[in-house]
Design a binder for this molecule. Structure first.
Ligand SMILES: [Zn+2]
Length: 376
C-alpha cells in the first residue's frame, strides 16, 4: 500500500484508482486519506462526487465509507484540509511532547488521544505543574527551530508507541524529529515543526498511577488562549485587581461567603423557636399537627420540624420552598409525607418518627391543611 500522507504530507488532492469493497465502501490507490488509527481521527473529504464518511482499517486494508456508491475507476480525491491540518498538527505536537518528556524528564507515554476539540497524553508517573510548564517551553523551542519531520523505513532499534499489528504488508515506518523524537508510527504528520505554530499545555490531572496532560496546537491553541484571556479580563474587572492578585481575592471572597452563611444559619437558628410556636395547628386523626411554611435555610428545615413536633406534642411539618421535613411523636411521619406527595409530587421518605424530601412544587398552608384533613 502506498500511503501518500507518509511521504507527501502536504498533498491534499490526487488522482486515485478506486476498487469497490461493497456498497458505499471502496479502497483507493494511492492512499490519500489517513484512517482512524493510532489515536488519530480519520481524514474526511471527497472521492469523485462521493463524501468520505469514515476511513477504517479492515483486515489490513484501508476502507473508505462513502455516502453513495462509486463504480471502479479513476477519480479525483480531496482531503478536508482543515481537518487534516488539525489532526496532523496535534499528532506531531504529541510526538514532540512524548519525545521530550521521555528525554528530559524520564516520562514514558502510556496513552494518547487526538480529538477534534481536546488532545491528551498520559504519562506513567505523577508530575507537577512546573514540569508541565518546562515541557511546554521545550516543545515551543522545537516548534520555533522548524525541524523537519522525517519518515524512514525499516530502521532498527526503534520502539513503537502505536500498535502496528493491524496493518499487514507494510514495512515499519519510523518518524524522526531531529534529536527530539524517533518512533515507529503510522499516522499523518506535518512536514516541519514550524507548521504546528504553537503548542499549549492546558491542564494536568492525576490518572491512576500517572498523569494526563491536555494540550492544543495551532489555531485551536490560539482559540483556547484567547478564551482564557477574555475570562481573565472579565474577572479582573469584577474583582478590580491584577491577574496575579485574582487567586488571593477569590479565596478571600469564598471564605467570607462561608462565614456569612454560617452567621445566617445561626441567626435563623435563634428564630426557630418562635417559628415553631407560631405554627398553624391542624387536628389530624385526633392528633395535633403543626405546620410552618417559611423561607429558611434548607439545612434548618428538619430542625424546625422537630421543634414544632415538640411544641405541639404531636407532629411538625416544616416547608421551605420545595424542601419538606416532618417529625412526629404520634402519627406516621413517612405516611404523612407520602400523602402530601400524592398531591404535590416529589421525592424523599423516612420512618414513622422522621421523614424529609422535596416536593415538585411549592404548597400553601391552606392547601396543606386540606390535604391533611382530606386523608382522615
Ligand atoms: Zn506519528
Amino acid at each position: 500500500m502506498k500511503r501518500l500522507y507518509w511521504a507527501q504530507p502536504d498533498t491534499f488532492e490526487a488522482e486515485v484508482d478506486v476498487a469497490v469493497v461493497d456498497d458505499r465502501a471502496v479502497t483507493i490507490d494511492p492512499i490519500l486519506f489517513h484512517p482512524d488509527e493510532g489515536g488519530q481521527p480519520a481524514d474526511l473529504g471527497t472521492i469523485g462526487d462521493a463524501n468520505v464518511l469514515n476511513v477504517e482499517l479492515v483486515d489490513g486494508r484501508i476502507v473508505h465509507r462513502l455516502d453513495k456508491s462509486l463504480a471502479a475507476g479513476t477519480y479525483t480525491a480531496r482531503v478536508d484540509r482543515q481537518r487534516r491540518e488539525h489532526t496532523a498538527g496535534h499528532h506531531t505536537a504529541q510526538h514532540i511532547l512524548s519525545g521530550l518528556a521521555e528525554k528530559q524528564f524520564g516520562l514514558k507515554t502510556t496513552s494518547v488521544h487526538i480529538g477534534l476539540q481536546r488532545c491528551t497524553v498520559d504519562f506513567d508517573r505523577k508530575i507537577e505543574w512546573d514540569t508541565v510548564a518546562a515541557l511546554e517551553r521545550a516543545a515551543m523551542e522545537v516548534v520555533t527551530r522548524n525541524l523537519p519531520v522525517e519518515t524512514v523505513f525499516d530502521e532498527t532499534d526503534v520502539r513503537s508507541r502505536d500498535d502496528l499489528r493491524a496493518v499487514t504488508s507494510d514495512v515499519i515506518r519510523v518518524v524522526k524529529i531531529a534529536d527530539c523524537d524517533k518512533s515507529a508510527c503510522c499516522g499523518a504528520h506535518v512536514g516541519t515543526t514550524g507548521q504546528i505554530g504553537v503548542i499549549r499545555l492546558c491542564d494536568v490531572e492525576s490518572k491512576k498511577q500517572g498523569t494526563r496532560i491536555t494540550f492544543l496546537a495551532g489555531a485551536k491553541a490560539l482559540e483556547y488562549s484567547q478564551a482564557e484571556t477574555s475570562v481573565l479580563r472579565e474577572l479582573r474587572k469584577v474583582a478590580n485587581c491584577s491577574t496575579p492578585e485574582l487567586p488571593t481575592i477569590f479565596e478571600k471572597a469564598l471564605s467570607q461567603t462561608k462565614e456569612l452563611a454560617k452567621e445566617v444559619d445561626q441567626l435563623w437558628s435563634q428564630r426557630l423557636p418562635d417559628l415553631a410556636a407560631s405554627a398553624e395547628v391542624v387536628e389530624v386523626e385526633s392528633s395535633k399537627v403543626g405546620v410552618q411554611i417559611a423561607d429558611i435555610p434548607e439545612t434548618l428545615v428538619a430542625k424546625l420540624a422537630a421543634l414544632i413536633a415538640q411544641a405541639t406534642a404531636g407532629a411538625g411539618i416544616a416547608i421551605s420552598g420545595v424542601r419538606i421535613a416532618i417529625n412526629s411523636e404520634t402519627l406516621d411521619a413517612g405516611a404523612l409525607l407520602r400523602r402530601i406527595q400524592t398531591v404535590a409530587g416529589g421525592k424523599g421518605g423516612g420512618s414513622p418518627k422522621a421523614a424529609n424530601g422535596r416536593l415538585d412544587r411549592g404548597i400553601t398552608a391552606g392547601e396543606l391543611a386540606a390535604i391533611l384533613k382530606g386523608g382522615e
